[in-house]
Design a protein. Structure first.
Length: 603
């Protein structure tokens, strides 16, 4: 095999044993790697409760990982979310994927629960389980510092106190500056008593046609060099993802005061230029990336991504840049997803009416991450907190996952993408910001649902491919699946066009729909908070921001279901599953029947 090794490392923390799983080559061709392979490996255990020892935590590389294909150094994590109960996955930066692939593994599948706090150390084919009790209660920066004293090179991932104390949106930090956030992946690691993972590999991926891979690489580099959004003087390379902060402000899409408004007065003083002037960051990035969109402040702290910049200013009513840096750093150390943390703070602020000083924000974050003191009740996320407080409508979430920093009243494709995302409120499943705001590859009317159902479906399929090959979505502002299909063919020797890859992406997406349906998700969950249908945004001169038209949204969602091959209730069908080569999960019919209790019709 080229591009893959055919070997998956399975570690059972309950027994302390490990073994090697070998999948048929057809499985790799059908699901590629990364996100697709993670879903394939999760299928049989998708209904297990998030704290169950047998629920796997999967970390997967892709066929392009550890090759010269641009931005191929990432990895993908998959499990079931303790926050939402839905499929959980996250693309992690750094070099973890590269080291895993160089060590000879296509994926690491972790099951069981260790009797004591444990670390996994992998050096090529050597696997050791380490006593990590000395790391109990330490934050991620302290864990990385101690590990580096005895391990040179390689990559590391660690949880913080948030995972130890059961925070439902705990994250995993990778190589200090990169987060596997969203969905509570760190919480699954914490339930397994897994504190850290360290991987070092010395091998190389076998490539079928190196000259063809070099040619594909050159085409991708040439396209990105011509992209203002990526390598322009105001693009991601220069300012990081925060370069779109001003765009969201000018388009009146900046979520303000828990999404009650869409413009934050003074936002022009809180943009990426302000951070660059004050903190003089250096460029940093994932393994194999030439864009280097990650920024590190002169004092060594990670600079916030766009969503963190927005959520810790406009969403909670803060104008202090230093507080944003402190909050971002504290979340990284505690192992908290910054989007869920910021959104949950905003939800609490609206319910309680309490304005949040800088000291109060940090105090509440510490409570979220340690489970002690003020803020501890927020560790369950905004949806559960708001429900307990009797104000469920004030959780700005979909399927229990808090929304990122793009108000859907300003981009109807984003409204639909939030609702249909299998993992909950997520901008990255379809990323319609590319065409609705950045106008790439083709501009669309952001205040219209016309054509958006098909666009969202195709974009979801394409991004599933990106997360399975292992590449960075941002590169697709410039390159396309055509270039990456050539890279995939060159690496693996498996001939594939962009359309072939899209068909695989459709299979990967439907696989997630099958698993979510097993866990009771349906059209009732593919919806937005009522605020977006009932309240207008912050209109300005010549730019009205009305509520999202409810009937148009429902019509677009119905069109999406037809195009995706789902029932009118958003449920999968045997016919579509068979067409995509997916087996019908055992017990799914029972789960679909249970939908009758929620007012659904049997498909």
């Amino acid at each position: 095999m080229y591009g893959w090794t055919g070997n998956i490392l399975r570690v059972d923390l309950s027994t302390g044993q490990h073994d090697v799983l070998r999948l048929p080559q057809d499985a790799y061709r059908a699901f590629l790697g990364g996100k697709g392979l993670g879903g394939y490996l999760l299928r049989g255990q998708a209904t297990l409760p998030p704290g169950h020892p047998d629920l796997p935590l999967i970390i997967a590389a892709g066929p392009l990982t550890a090759t010269i294909a641009p931005t191929s150094g990432r990895c993908h994590l998959t499990t079931r979310s303790p926050l939402t109960g839905a499929v959980a996955d996250s693309s992690a930066g750094g070099r973890l994927g590269t080291e895993l692939a160089r060590a000879g593994w296509d994926a690491l599948l972790i099951v069981g629960r260790a009797q004591r706090l444990t670390g996994i150390e992998i050096d090529d084919g050597t696997v050791r389980l380490m006593d990590a009790r000395a790391l109990a209660g330490l934050d991620t920066a302290e864990v990385f510092a101690l590990l580096r004293q005895r391990r040179k090179g390689g990559s590391m991932a660690a949880t913080g106190p948030a995972a130890d104390t059961g925070c439902l949106f705990a994250s995993l930090m990778v190589d200090t500056h990169h987060a596997a956030g969203r969905c509570g992946l760190g919480g699954v690691a914490g339930a397994k008593n897994l504190k850290y993972l360290a991987v070092r590999g010395t091998g190389r991926r076998k490539v079928a046609d190196l000259p063809a891979l070099k040619a594909a690489r050159e085409d991708i580099l040439r396209l990105t060099a011509a992209s203002p959004a990526l390598l322009g003087q105001h693009g991601f390379s220069c300012y990081g993802t925060g370069s779109i902060f001003d765009l969201m402000d000018s388009r009146r899409m900046m979520p303000t005061d828990n999404f009650s408004r869409t413009r934050f007065p003074g936002a022009e003083h809180l943009n990426a230029h302000a951070y660059k002037t004050r903190y003089q960051p250096r460029r940093h990035g994932c393994q194999g990336c030439h864009v280097l969109c990650k920024k590190i402040a002169a004092d060594g702290r990670s600079m916030p991504e766009f969503e963190t910049m927005s959520h810790f200013t406009a969403l909670i009513g803060n104008t202090d840049l230093e507080l944003v840096l402190k909050a971002n750093d504290l979340c990284n150390r505690l192992g908290l997803d910054t989007i869920s943390a910021g959104s949950t703070l905003a939800c609490r602020r609206e319910i309680s009416g309490e304005e949040l000083s800088g000291a109060r924000v940090l105090e509440l974050l510490r409570g979220m991450g340690t489970g002690v003191g003020p803020g501890a009740e927020l560790a369950q996320g905004s949806a559960k907190y708001a429900a307990i407080m009797g104000r469920p409508e004030l959780s700005m979430s979909v399927k229990g996952l808090e929304l990122p920093a793009y108000d859907p009243r300003g981009a109807y494709g984003m409204a639909l993408a939030y609702a249909t995302s299998a993992r909950g409120g997520c901008h990255l499943r379809a990323y319609p910001i590319s065409h609705e705001i950045l106008r790439k590859p083709v501009a669309t009317d952001r205040f219209s649902f016309s054509g958006k159902a098909r666009i969202i479906k195709i974009a979801e399929d394409a991004n599933a491919v990106v997360d399975s090959l292992i590449a960075c979505k941002f590169l697709f502002f410039a390159a396309s699946l055509e270039e990456y299909a050539r890279a995939y063919t060159a690496v693996t020797g498996v001939s594939a066009t962009a359309q072939d890859l899209l068909a695989i992406g459709e299979r990967i997406d439907y696989q997630e729909r099958l698993m979510n349906a097993q866990n009771g998700f349906s059209a009732a969950d593919d919806d937005l908070p009522p605020r977006f249908f009932n309240e207008e945004g912050s209109s300005g001169p010549g730019l009205p921001i009305p509520p999202v038209p409810r009937q148009d949204f429902l019509a677009a969602r119905a069109a999406y279901y037809r195009i995706r091959g789902l029932t009118p209730e958003g449920l999968p069908t045997r016919e579509t599953a068979e067409r995509l080569g997916l087996s019908w999960p055992q017990g799914l019919d029972t789960a679909l029947d249970a939908g009758l209790d929620r007012g659904l019709e049997r498909p």
